[in-house]
Ligand binder design. Structure first.
Ligand SMILES: *Cc1c(COP(=O)(O)O)cnc(C)c1O
Length: 461
């Protein structure tokens, strides 16, 4: 039977086609119906726009439905191949977890756990206790608390320490992170009153001093993690701000965002002050993310003086911002790796990728090339080229890490077309386009990505 534009069949008719009937034996009817309706709707729209010029037959139609059904039953949240070279890519899920963190998630997910019970007494415990001592051991903090993410950590700290009171912040640090986190907005939400001092490019100690009053609850320093102000600039150092706070008996808070626990300058990564340095300088409370430079799951980490953390633990808001048990399992396992710096760098994917040296990346490129080359038509040209990768996740915006990339060139395939086709593969592949070239950065390609990459190459055949 031929179906042409004017005779796109009714749903009931389609359900009676043998190929669709066999789908109904394997899948619940509402799901098959969803797929059928979606395909018919697309055909109708195409025909209205004059796109569907040739008639389509029953076999073709059933093929489209089976394909659509596969999309409907496939998970929406699924792996992608990150060939962008951006290690902490917020839109692609930020940090990958270490093996031990993944194992710990499974362990805690499939069985009951001591999440909130003290086994010694059988009494109710705190979920935070599973990471608090470890965080204190690793950072030198007096006390620690973990929440859903860093935005929640900042909100909780401001709300608990400064509701109805003033918080002094430099105008150069009123940051926006990823569109949905803005210091002035979080401040408003917390009930704190933002008191801006200084100018966009220059803020001096005397600006803070002049702004301090009976109403001041907190001096806040925000890490300008995703941009850099250069030229005629001045900012007050953490040391200076701590001295100022101590003199005025006002606590100092630092939102440091990315939260690095290691000094990675040995690996060529400079510019990110480790968490420990802030605490050593005497900052009273700091907040950072679990899934940026730390390389763990999405979480917000609060570290600081015991009296402050104790106060925050009593906040009603904490109940709404609390960390989930699976996150806690992954966070604890990740933190344990930090007890041995070498182990942390080797096992935590974010650190491993950031510290990968060009020679290793070049070798990885050649090996990857060997594996995919045999699967593509000879008209597609692959070559290894040198370039730079970015840290991402609002960390170290100016740092360029030397890397190696695979450039893909094919006749009639402008880079934008490769990009669009790769993104629509079953396991989508994301690369980047530079100077008219489609590139895959080896820094963020995983070993497990090779089959998906080979699969994606079938767009050229
Ligand atoms: C990333 C960042 C945040 C937001 O952290 P999330 O964990 O994404 O909620 C807040 N402040 C700074 C300075 C950051 O860099």
């Amino acid at each position: 039977m031929k179906l042409n534009i004017s005779s796109i069949p009714k749903v009931d008719k389609v359900l009676s086609f043998p190929a669709v009937a066999s789908l109904l034996e394997r899948h619940p009817k509402p799901i098959v119906l969803t797929a059928v309706r979606s395909v018919l709707e697309t055909l109708r729209m195409d025909s209205r726009e004059g796109i569907l010029l040739k008639a389509i037959d029953e076999r073709h139609l059933c093929g489209l439905i089976a394909q659509e059904l596969e999309n409907v039953v496939a998970p929406s949240l699924r792996p992608v191949v990150n060939g962008t070279g951006v290690v902490i890519h917020t839109n692609l899920g930020r940090s990958l977890l270490a093996e031990s963190a993944c194992r710990q998630i499974l362990e805690v997910a499939q069985r009951y756990s001591n999440l909130e019970m003290e086994m010694a007494t059988g009494e109710r415990g705190e979920r935070y206790s599973h990471v608090e001592a470890l965080l204190c051991e690793l950072t030198g903090a007096e006390a620690a608390l973990v929440v859903n993410n860093n935005a929640a950590a900042v909100l909780l700290a401001l709300s608990g320490l400064a509701a109805g009171k003033e918080v002094i912040v430099s105008r150069g640090e009123l940051v926006e992170i990823g569109g949905s986190f803005r210091i002035p907005d979080v401040m408003r939400l917390s009930g704190g009153i933002l008191k801006e001092v200084g100018t966009t490019n220059r803020t001096h100690l005397k600006d803070y001093q002049a702004a301090i009053s009976q109403e001041t609850a907190l001096l806040l320093k925000v890490h300008t993690s995703n941009f850099s102000v250069v030229g005629f600039t001045a900012e007050v150092s953490v040391d200076q701000l701590v001295r100022c706070g101590t003199e005025a008996k006002i606590p100092v808070m630092a939102d440091i965002g990315s939260g690095s626990l290691l000094d990675l300058s040995r690996h060529g990564i400079t510019g990110e002050t480790p968490v420990q340095e802030y605490l050593k300088a005497g900052v009273d409370v700091i907040t950072c993310s679990g899934d940026k430079m730390l390389g763990g799951p999405q979480a917000g980490i609060i570290l600081g003086k015991r009296y402050i953390v104790s106060k925050l633990k009593k906040e009603q808001l904490l109940r709404a911002l609390r960390i989930d048990k699976l996150t806690l399992a992954a966070l604890e396992a990740t933190l344990r790796l930090y007890r041995d710096e070498r182990e942390a760098v080797a096992e935590i994917p974010t650190l491993r990728m950031l510290t990968m040296q060009p020679a290793a990346l070049k070798a990885k490129a050649s090996s990857c090339l060997r594996q995919i080359r045999s699967r593509i038509p000879s008209s597609v040209k692959l070559k290894v080229v040198a370039g730079n990768s970015q840290v991402g996740g609002g960390s170290l915006p100016l740092l360029n890490l030397p890397t190696f990339l695979i450039a893909i060139e094919a006749d009639n395939w402008p880079p934008q077309r490769i990009d669009a086709a790769f993104r629509q593969c079953k396991t989508p592949v994301l690369g980047r386009i530079n100077k008219g070239q489609y590139l895959l950065d080896l820094r963020t390609l995983q070993h497990a990505d090779i089959p998906a990459l080979i699969d994606a190459m079938s767009i050229f055949t």
